[in-house]
Design a protein around this ligand. Sequence first.
Ligand SMILES: N[C@@H](CCC(=O)N[C@@H](CS)C(=O)NCC(=O)O)C(=O)O
Length: 221
Amino acid sequence: MTGPDDAPAELPRVFGTADSVYVRIVRLTLIEKGVDHELVPVDPFAPEGVPPSYRARHPFGRIPAFEHDGFRLFETGAITRYVNEAFEGPGLLPSEVRARARANQIISLADAYAYRPLVWGIYVERVEKPAQGEPTDEARLAAALAEADVCLASLAALMNGAPFLTGPRLSLADLHLAPMVFYVRQAPEGAALLAGHPGLAQWWARMSARPSLQQLGLSAG
Ligand SMILES: N[C@@H](CCC(=O)N[C@@H](CS)C(=O)NCC(=O)O)C(=O)O
């Protein structure tokens, strides 16, 4: 007999839009851990912005925000590390101290140096703006391409020929970078940049074949 104590726990909730890089990072992590979740729509790019009540979850009005059994969290790196530790499933950070430092370094690199040029400077300028009838800011694109090449060269050097960014196994670092690479590849210049780093191009082929990326529609593009 099923009593109230046996009621299924609420699914973890991710607040945001399905096409957001950072929402995708969190959802990929949940999927790789084998954790079902609910996506609750919140769109910071809607004309009216996020609902005022959302600021209680995320004072900066960004996405994603996250909730698990009443525990609320924002900042993607904190959420994915929490998910990795709070749920069963494969460990997504290396146990070896230096490999784990590398994973954390790559996550910081992706946030600090890759996200803006890859997504906003290259994808938005070359793909999204023209699709909306707006001209590309060629100077911004050129600057972003130069920054992105430093990012990719640096990542390729850190990866050092391994199948994944921090060694033989998938880690949070791979899941953090993948949604950014998905976008940059859609610009011909971005695809060319990636092709210039064969180890990373092979990494992308490996990543985009994973069921988690396919489930979120990140296998094409
Ligand atoms: N530091 C945040 C960054 C999140 C972020 O920038 N999300 C973007 C969408 S991918 C966003 O909410 N943008 C809305 C805005 O800039 O107003 C995190 O790690 O979660």
